[in-house]
Design a protein around this ligand. Structure first.
Ligand SMILES: NC(=O)c1ccc[n+]([C@@H]2O[C@H](COP(=O)([O-])OP(=O)(O)OC[C@H]3O[C@@H](n4cnc5c(N)ncnc54)[C@H](O)[C@@H]3O)[C@@H](O)[C@H]2O)c1
Length: 88
């Protein structure tokens, strides 16, 4: 299952990311890092042996974007591509 884990860099979220990934799910973290640090992603990669994709965004912004476009998956895909490759 593809899972968007909001707050995934936080205390509960990062532990959930490990459990869900080890259970075979494809996890994408969405976190603003307002109460966590990007180094969590490095620790997750070390524990899991692979990087967990992460979108740095405020969830409210994504919800607003969804209201505008009515297509959340498309918005997330664009944000994700932008984060990874630096272009739309
Ligand atoms: N035992 C321990 O060592 C320990 C350590 C930390 C926390 N805790 C406990 O865990 C609980 C808190 O854990 P948690 O995981 O719920 O909180 P958290 O703050 O650790 O995680 C929330 C995550 O959501 C992100 N976030 C917040 N608002 C956001 C937004 N609008 N958009 C996108 N991302 C956003 C934050 O950056 C953070 O990464 C508390 O009860 C705390 O006491 C325990």
């Amino acid at each position: 299952m593809n899972i968007l884990l909001t707050g995934g860099a936080g205390y509960i979220g990062s532990h959930a990311a490990v459990v869900l990934t080890e259970a075979g799910h494809q996890v994408v973290i969405l976190d603003s890092f307002c109460n966590s640090h990007r180094s969590v992603l490095e620790r997750l990669a070390k524990v899991l042996g692979k990087a967990v994709p992460c979108v740095e965004a405020v969830i409210q912004d994504v919800i607003v974007a969804n209201r505008i476009t009515s297509d959340l998956s498309d918005v997330l895909e664009k944000i994700y591509i932008h984060e990874i490759f630096g272009k739309d």
